[in-house]
Write a protein that binds this ligand. Structure first.
Ligand SMILES: Cc1cc2nc3c(=O)[nH]c(=O)nc-3n(C[C@H](O)[C@H](O)[C@H](O)COP(=O)(O)OP(=O)(O)OC[C@H]3O[C@@H](n4cnc5c(N)ncnc54)[C@H](O)[C@@H]3O)c2cc1C
Length: 540
């Protein structure tokens, strides 16, 4: 058993958590930055390969108010205006600070290059290069961390519970995966920056760490969740053949530049059957493309792995290379020659608009508990604009770090290991043999979420999902393995199952009660937006 003491505890070391830790240290606080994975190498930030939306106005004149107007329009009336404004207004500052720290935003004639992305009214997205935006952002923040002695970094620590004393968050307890022991950390301020929930779905762009941990941790501690029904699906996620070392949403820039023919399993174009005109260009919107692919698969006309074909066979090698440069070589290493073969694509869960409810200081309802990044809900409403998520991670991370340090310096608490006793024993206790296999239930949950709580939902399917989730939750206590073994994957799976079931319940329940279709939430039994639903749902 190990107990540590700090001013600010940051849980999750993606873009939001790393920026938060740096800002808290800059504000004079002693910081612990903990992650269940390697510091700065787990989660979504390092996987993002493309765009960062920000009104720096270097490509064409721009102002944060234009970015804000586009963000609100995409959010279909549900954005939290104060959070959306914060994202857009402070975006330029963090992007310039990252520039000063050497991230290497792509430049032309001395100015930052900015690319156009759907939903933005002008070219607004900075990037590093086609493949390296997320890795460069992560590396830049990691290099700053290493040079900041006030920040203690702890990898391999799966945080399982936030600890409360007299209604305030006073730290957390976690499982040290390599050692198998409980670690408790007391902190005057705790920041949850654990990213999104897309691992809940069978088809996703996630890493194994994106099961919505922060949502479950914060809800259990008394914070509120908002907009949980809004999960963004990306229509042409890579499905087959196997692709190593590339972002599964990589086909998007190809389609902006080259078009691309979307074909069903019979090699016929099909999106026109669903009310869109594609003309071989793949200009169809994300929601309609998702709908058309799902319906073709349901009708038995899917590609061999259950999606659609995306073909660039009409393009010459020179055109492909001019559009995608080094990506063509990475594809070749995966044995893919786009001039000779189509690839299979399918809708994949990609980002979560909902999350923990916070104010513009990133404070939650629970004193001492802050949130940052994708863990925060509300800024993007019912639908997120391309490129807004990394800006959100950095801006909200910086803000959370500042607020958390300010609080910690005022409320410097002395360590009180007693407050952690109950949480520590909950982590350690277990029923032992005979054991069931939580990994199998995780797979079942992912399939259930894909089928019943996926891009298209019905009241009946959502009810069925909730019933099954409830029965799986009821069986959880009897399955808990005791802690104590190093690298106990069964125990980690159990914690993940517990988290993912709780988060799945929140998503399905919110989706069931929203009897309309809006942005990323599409109900087949309630098509179209209903003005009566111009409001957010909050889970407490
Ligand atoms: C493949 C892919 C491509 C993307 N491309 C883009 C893009 O081009 N532009 C854009 O704007 N956005 C993009 N996004 C979205 C964007 O990357 C994310 O929204 C953003 O990076 C989230 O940052 P974060 O710091 O909030 O979370 P993350 O970067 O996901 O970090 C969360 C961290 O929390 C840790 N963690 C989780 N649970 C626990 C726990 N219980 N205990 C301890 N640690 C925990 C994880 O290990 C992880 O390191 C993409 C996402 C993906 C998956």
């Amino acid at each position: 058993m190990m107990h540590l003491d700090t001013d600010v505890l940051v849980i999750g070391a993606g873009g939001a958590g790393m920026y938060a830790a740096l800002e808290a240290a800059r504000g004079g606080a002693k910081v612990i930055l903990a992650d269940r994975s390697l510091i700065g190498r787990g989660g979504a930030t390092i996987m993002a390969q493309m765009t960062v939306a920000v009104a720096v106005g270097e490509e064409v004149p721009d102002h944060w108010e234009h970015h804000y107007a586009d963000t609100l329009a995409a959010g279909r009336g549900l954005c939290d205006p104060a959070l959306a404004r914060l994202l857009c207004e402070e975006g330029p500052e963090v992007i310039r600070e990252m520039d000063a720290w050497g991230v290497g935003w792509a430049r032309e004639n001395g100015h930052m290059k900015q690319a156009f992305a759907p939903g933005h009214d002008r070219p607004r997205c900075v990037y590093v290069d086609f493949l390296n935006t997320g890795p460069a952002v992560s590396k830049t923040l990691r290099s700053r961390l290493i040079r900041t002695p006030e920040i203690r970094r702890i990898g391999d620590l799966l945080v399982t519970e936030l600890v409360l004393k007299a209604g305030e968050c006073v730290g957390a307890v976690g499982l040290h995966i390599a050692g198998g022991q409980a670690v408790t950390i007391s902190a005057a301020s705790t920041i949850v920056a654990t990213g999104g929930l897309t691992r809940l779905y069978q088809r996703n762009s996630a890493s194994a760490n994106m099961g919505g941990d922060g949502y479950a941790l914060c809800l259990a501690a008394g914070a509120e969740l908002i907009d949980m029904e809004f999960v963004q699906f990306f229509p042409i996620g890579h499905l087959a053949p196997r692709l190593i070392g590339m972002d599964p949403i990589m086909w998007d820039p190809f389609r902006y530049k080259l078009g691309g023919r979307l074909l069903n399993g019979e090699r016929e174009e099909f999106v026109h059957k669903y009310g869109a005109s594609d003309a071989g260009k793949y200009v169809v919107t994300r929601d309609l493309a998702t709908y058309a692919i799902v319906k073709e698969v349901e009708a038995g006309r899917g590609s061999p792995h259950g999606g659609a074909w995306l073909s660039f066979e009409h393009c010459s090698e020179a055109e492909l290379r001019a559009a995608a440069g080094p990506v063509i070589d990475r594809l070749a290493k995966n044995g893919i020659d786009l001039t000779k073969q189509a690839v299979e694509v399918a809708p994949i869960a990609h980002y979560h608009m909902g999350g923990v409810k916070a104010d513009v200081s990133m404070r939650t309802k629970v004193p001492g508990l802050f949130v940052a990044g994708e863990a925060v809900g509300g800024a993007n409403g019912a639908n997120r604009l391309s490129g807004n998520a990394i800006t959100e991670a950095l801006v909200f991370g910086r803000k959370a770090g500042k607020s958390a340090a300010e609080r910690a310096l005022k409320h410097r608490a002395s360590a009180d290991p007693e407050a952690f006793t109950a949480a520590r024993s909950r982590l350690a206790e277990g029923r032992g043999e005979p054991r069931s296999n939580p990994a199998l239930l995780l797979e079942e949950l992912q399939a259930l979420m894909q089928k019943q709580v996926g891009p298209f939902r019905t009241g009946r399917g959502l009810q069925q999902a909730l019933e099954r989730i409830g029965s799986m939750q009821a069986g959880l206590p009897a399955m808990k393995p005791p802690a104590g073994k190093p690298y106990d994957t069964e125990l980690v799976d159990w914690f993940d199952l517990r988290t993912m079931l709780e988060v799945a319940r929140c998503v399905a329940a919110s989706a069931l009660s929203r009897t309309e279709s809006r942005g990323a939430h599409q109900r087949e039994d309630f098509p179209g937006m209903d003005p009566a639903w111009d409001r957010n749902q909050v889970i407490a």
